[in-house]
Design a protein around this ligand. Structure first.
Ligand SMILES: [Fe+2]
Length: 298
């Protein structure tokens, strides 16, 4: 969608397009009747936040002594033992370059959970967008909000989730939101209601996101945006910048340094803030089980 056409689209039509994506290019949805309590009626929801699964078609693929398949299975087992309301994975789904066989493996691993809970997937620099969309796209896809970008918007109880696409080139480290997606985001945030909003992307802000400054010129002054959740650095850290919470998810697949855990983050979210619990399945176990509480900016 061009900038010009985006500006002239009506608020109602724009929202219906954006929100339709929650039922469109969502990777995997539960079967009708399988989901428990409708999450949009809760004051508090519990979501599993994952990043950097790095799954290859070969289950024995390993790096730095880590076996991403084994880690992912361990994480999914933990999640399955106490089902959250849903799951987000912020990219680097595949080991290095995408591939339909790698995504088919991910899909088979996720299917038991996907039958019970919504799962929203983003793409990272080690994904191939074309393979990803081919593998996960639903037949009821309602179209792209931004050409060649995979965006998901969804309501999750007291919060809204927006999953952006920062993939620039497959297997190239740096990422970019891009002008058209930034325009879409700015317009979307302008027309949507004031529900506390969490923005997800793959790349680490300030490090490898080429248009970081322009993105935060949109996010920082928008008071309804409370947090930005990302991966890429394979590091677990919760920081704050100008009132925005910056939540850096650990990798599932492997860490880059021995100081970091591998695992996932359980997020208990309300309209006022969140509790984030680290679940380490490998790497440095020191912070396993640690809960970090944050309050959204007012
Ligand atoms: Fe990664």
């Amino acid at each position: 969608m061009s900038d010009g056409s985006q500006r002239h689209v009506s608020r109602r039509r724009f929202l219906s397009l954006g929100l339709a994506l929650a039922g469109g290019v969502v990777a995997m949805k539960p079967r009708p009747g399988r989901a428990q309590d409708a999450p949009d009626r809760k004051d508090m929801v519990r979501w599993a936040f994952l990043s950097d699964t790095h799954i290859a078609a070969d289950p024995d693929n390993h790096f730095r002594g880590f076996y991403p398949h084994r880690n992912f299975r361990a994480v999914l087992s933990q999640i399955d033992s106490n089902l959250p309301d849903g799951m987000v994975i912020t990219g680097d789904i595949s080991r290095s370059r995408g591939g339909l066989d790698a995504y088919a493996t991910v899909q088979s691993m996720l299917t038991p959970l996907a039958e019970k809970r919504p799962i929203y997937l983003g793409v990272g620099n080690h994904d191939n967008r074309r393979d990803f969309v081919t593998a996960f796209e639903n037949s009821d896809d309602s179209g792209e909000a931004v050409k060649d970008k995979h965006i998901v918007t969804a309501m999750a109880g007291p919060v809204r989730m927006i999953i952006l696409d920062s993939l620039l080139y497959t297997n190239v480290f740096g990422g970019m939101i891009g002008r058209e997606q930034r325009t879409w985001l700015e317009t979307y945030l302008h027309v949507c209601d004031d529900t506390p909003t969490i923005v997800f992307l793959h790349h680490t802000p300030r490090a490898d996101l080429l248009d970081n400054r322009r993105l935060f010129e949109i996010l920082t002054p928008c008071q309804k945006v409370k947090a930005v959740v990302f991966g890429h650095s394979h590091k677990y850290e919760i920081l704050e910048s100008d009132g925005l919470k910056l939540i850096n998810l650990p990798a599932v697949g492997y860490n880059f340094t021995n100081a970091q855990p591998v695992g996932w983050v359980e997020a208990r979210l309300t309209g006022a803030g969140g509790e984030f619990v680290l679940h380490a399945v490998g790497g440095n176990p020191k912070k396993d089980g640690r809960t970090t509480m944050v309050r959204w900016r007012a």
